[in-house]
Write a protein that binds this ligand. Structure first.
Ligand SMILES: [Zn+2]
Length: 418
C-alpha cells in the first residue's frame, strides 16, 4: 500500500510560526516511523522557511556560474554549510549571509573561503567556532550574535583586518586575552553574555570606538580603557559594577557612557542607593546605579504655550530634579559646604581637611554645563536628559536652576508649575 503524505510548503494562515513548527516536528516524527518514507524527508531544509537543499545548491551553482561574490543564504533552515560551498571554487566569495539557519558548528574547511570580508551568522545554534576561522585573513565583520557560543577560539587575535565583532546574546563567560591583538577592531558588541571580566588586553585595541557590554556580570572594567583615545561609545548597563574609574570620565573622546542599572555602583560619595540617581551621573555619563534616571522625572506635558506661541518639548527631553528646589533634603548642606570648600580651597589650610573630603573636592561628579559657569556638582543638580540614540541618553547637569537655559526652564517651569 502506498501512502502519500504531503506537507504544504507554505504556512497556512491561522498557524503561528511556533504552531507550525510543532506540527511539522510531529509530522517528521510520524513519518520517520514509516520505513518507506525514510530518507525522503529533509527536515532541516524547510522547517522554518521553504527552501529545500536543492534550492540552496541551485543558488550556489548560479552564483558560481555568474561569478557572484555575495551569497545570501539566510532563512534556509540549513543544519550545516552546504558541502558545495566549501569547495575551493568559492574562494572568491566576499560576503556570506547565513542568518537564522540551524547551524550548530562551522567546518574547518570554512578556512577555504579566503576572500571573505563579511561572515554573518546571527540566530543559529553555534556553540563554538573552529580555529580555522582565523585563516580568513580578509575578514572585516564577523557577526555571531544570538547563538550559544561558550567561548571564542584562542587564536581570534589573528584576524588582522577584523573591524566589527558582534557577539551579543551568547553564553560567553570570558573573552580570550588574545582579543587585544585585534589591531583593526572598531566595534565590539558583547551584550547579554555571562562575562565577569573584560581582559585588560582589550585596552590594546587602539582603534576601538564602540564597546557594548550591557547585561553581563562585570564587577569592574579595566582602568586603562581611558587610553583608548578613539573610544566614543561605552555602554555598561545591567552589570554589577561598583566603580567607574575617574580617569575614564576624563576621557574627552567619550561621548556616550551608559551605566544604568548597576545596583552596586558606589560613587565617591557613597552608595547610589543612599544618594539617588543623580549622584552617579557624571558629566558625560548617563544612567544611574539602580534605575533609569528618566523614571524619576514627572512626565512633562509635551505642548506648552509661551507668549501665545505653542512650543513643543521634544518627547525625549525630561527634567530630573527633586520636587522642591532642586536640592533634596538632607543633602543641601553637604552640597553647599562642598561647593564652598571647593571655592575657598586655596584659602583653606588644606591639610586640616579629612582625606575623604579632599578626594571628593577633587572629583566632583560633574561640573555645571552652563557656558561660563563650571561650578562643581557633588550631590545634587538640575539635570536634563535627552535621548540621543536608542537607549543611550545624554544628561546635562546644571548646578543651580538659574543656569538651566532660559527656554528650557520656561518650558519646564510651565510643565511643573514651579
Ligand atoms: Zn552653573
Amino acid at each position: 500500500m502506498l501512502i502519500v503524505v504531503v506537507w504544504p510548503t507554505l504556512r497556512p494562515t491561522g498557524y503561528s510560526t511556533k504552531n507550525w513548527q510543532e506540527a511539522y516536528l510531529a509530522f517528521v516524527k510520524l513519518i520517520h516511523k514509516c520505513e518507506v518514507m525514510q530518507g525522503t524527508t529533509r527536515p532541516a531544509s524547510f522547517i522554518t522557511e521553504d527552501c529545500e537543499a536543492s534550492e540552496t545548491d541551485d543558488i550556489l551553482r548560479d552564483a558560481l556560474k555568474d561569478g557572484h561574490t555575495i551569497l545570501h543564504l539566510n532563512y534556509k533552515g540549513l543544519q550545516q554549510l552546504p558541502p558545495l560551498l566549501l569547495d575551493k571554487s568559492f574562494d572568491k566569495v566576499k560576503k556570506l549571509f547565513l542568518k537564522r539557519n540551524r547551524l550548530t558548528t562551522l567546518p574547518a574547511s570554512i578556512g577555504f573561503l579566503q576572500s571573505l570580508t563579511v561572515l554573518y551568522l546571527p540566530s543559529n545554534n553555534i556553540s563554538s567556532l573552529p580555529n580555522e576561522i582565523c585563516e580568513l585573513k580578509q575578514l572585516e565583520c564577523l557577526d555571531v550574535s544570538q547563538n550559544c557560543l561558550l567561548s571564542l577560539p584562542s587564536n581570534v587575535g589573528q584576524l588582522p583586518n577584523l573591524e566589527k565583532l558582534h557577539l551579543s546574546s551568547n553564553a560567553l563567560t570570558e573573552l580570550p586575552e588574545e582579543i587585544g591583538q585585534l589591531q583593526s577592531l572598531k566595534v565590539l558588541i558583547v551584550t547579554n553574555n555571562q562575562l565577569e571580566n573584560l581582559p585588560e588586553t582589550i585596552c590594546r585595541c587602539m582603534k576601538l570606538n564602540t564597546l557594548h557590554v550591557d547585561k553581563n556580570r562585570l564587577h569592574r572594567i579595566p582602568h586603562e580603557l581611558n587610553k583608548l583615545r578613539d573610544l566614543k561609545e561605552l555602554s555598561l548597563m545591567g552589570n554589577l559594577l561598583t566603580h567607574i574609574p575617574m580617569l575614564l570620565v576624563a576621557n574627552s573622546s567619550l561621548t556616550c557612557v551608559n551605566i544604568t542599572n548597576n545596583p552596586y555602583l558606589v560613587t565617591l560619595l557613597g552608595n547610589s542607593h543612599q544618594f539617588g540617581a543623580i549622584h552617579s551621573v557624571y558629566s558625560n555619563i548617563s544612567g544611574c546605579g539602580f534605575r533609569d534616571p528618566l523614571d524619576l522625572g514627572v512626565k512633562p506635558r509635551q505642548i506648552f504655550k509661551i507668549n501665545n506661541c505653542r512650543a513643543v518639548l521634544p518627547p525625549q527631553m525630561k527634567l530630573i530634579w527633586p520636587a522642591t528646589d532642586g536640592i533634596q533634603q538632607p543633602y543641601p548642606l553637604l552640597e553647599l559646604s562642598l561647593r564652598a570648600c571647593f571655592k575657598f580651597k586655596k584659602l583653606l589650610n588644606i591639610q586640616q581637611l579629612p582625606d575623604p573630603i579632599l578626594r571628593v573636592l577633587d572629583c566632583p561628579v560633574a561640573v555645571c554645563a552652563h557656558a561660563d559657569c563650571g561650578v562643581p556638582i557633588y550631590t545634587s543638580s538640575f539635570a536634563i536628559a535627552e535621548q540621543i540614540k536608542g537607549p543611550v541618553n545624554k544628561v546635562t547637569l546644571f548646578h543651580r536652576k538659574q543656569c538651566v537655559p532660559l527656554l528650557i526652564l520656561r518650558l519646564l517651569d510651565q510643565s511643573f508649575q514651579l
